[in-house]
Design a protein around this ligand. Structure first.
Ligand SMILES: [Zn+2]
Length: 80
C-alpha cells in the first residue's frame, strides 16, 4: 500500500472535510482550514448508533454470501 493514500475526515473544530493521509491515523494532524490540531481517526472504526444495526446486518449478509460462494456452506457457520 502506498503512503499517499487518503481518506476523508471532518475537522472536529470547523467541520470541513479534510483529506488525511492514511499513514497519519492515530497521530496528531493539523487542519488545513482552521489550523486546529486533532487526532486522525479511522472512519470505519467510528460507530454511528443510528444505523449500526442495519450495517451489521448488511455485513453479516455479505459474509454469508461470500462463504456460500466459496463453498464453505451455511452449516459450517452454525446457522442451520
Ligand atoms: Zn478545521
Amino acid at each position: 500500500m502506498s503512503n499517499s493514500t487518503y481518506y476523508a475526515q471532518e475537522c472536529p473544530t470547523c467541520g470541513r472535510k479534510l483529506q488525511v493521509r492514511v499513514k497519519y491515523l492515530g497521530k496528531n494532524v493539523v487542519c488545513q482550514h482552521c489550523s486546529a490540531t486533532f487526532v486522525a481517526m479511522d472512519p470505519a472504526s467510528v460507530v454511528d448508533p443510528s444505523d449500526s444495526g442495519t450495517s451489521i446486518l448488511d455485513r453479516a449478509e455479505q459474509l454469508i454470501e461470500a462463504a456460500t460462494r466459496s463453498g464453505i456452506g451455511l452449516s459450517q457457520l452454525g446457522l442451520r
